[in-house]
Design a protein around this ligand. Structure first.
Ligand code: ZN
Length: 94
């Protein structure tokens, strides 16, 4: 879980944990470039939009563009070096 400026994880030792940490680092970058609070407002707005469109909780969560970007790139450990500003916008879908 990423709660700027912290990443909260249970176990740092596993490869799976490294992927989770990278996923959360992507969220930290997303939050920083949106000055943190607006990130949460936009994040929640996307979630509610997908819920109103009839998606169950997990599906709505996975459709949030911030999550799409983070899940898509979480194993690409060079990603943050090349990532474009507001790259999450390329993951917006209906
Ligand atoms: Zn996430």
């Amino acid at each position: 879980m990423a709660l700027w400026p912290f990443i909260l994880v249970k176990n740092l030792a596993t490869k799976e944990s490294q992927v989770i940490i990278h996923h959360e680092k992507i969220h930290i970058r997303q939050q920083l470039e949106m000055f943190v609070l607006p990130f949460y407002i936009v994040y929640l707005s996307f979630y509610l939009y997908y819920r109103i469109k009839g998606n169950p909780h997990m599906q709505a969560y996975l459709r949030i563009p911030f999550e799409r970007e983070a899940y898509c790139e979480e194993s690409n450990f060079d990603y943050l070096d090349k990532r474009k500003f507001w790259a999450w916008r390329y993951y917006i879908r209906n």
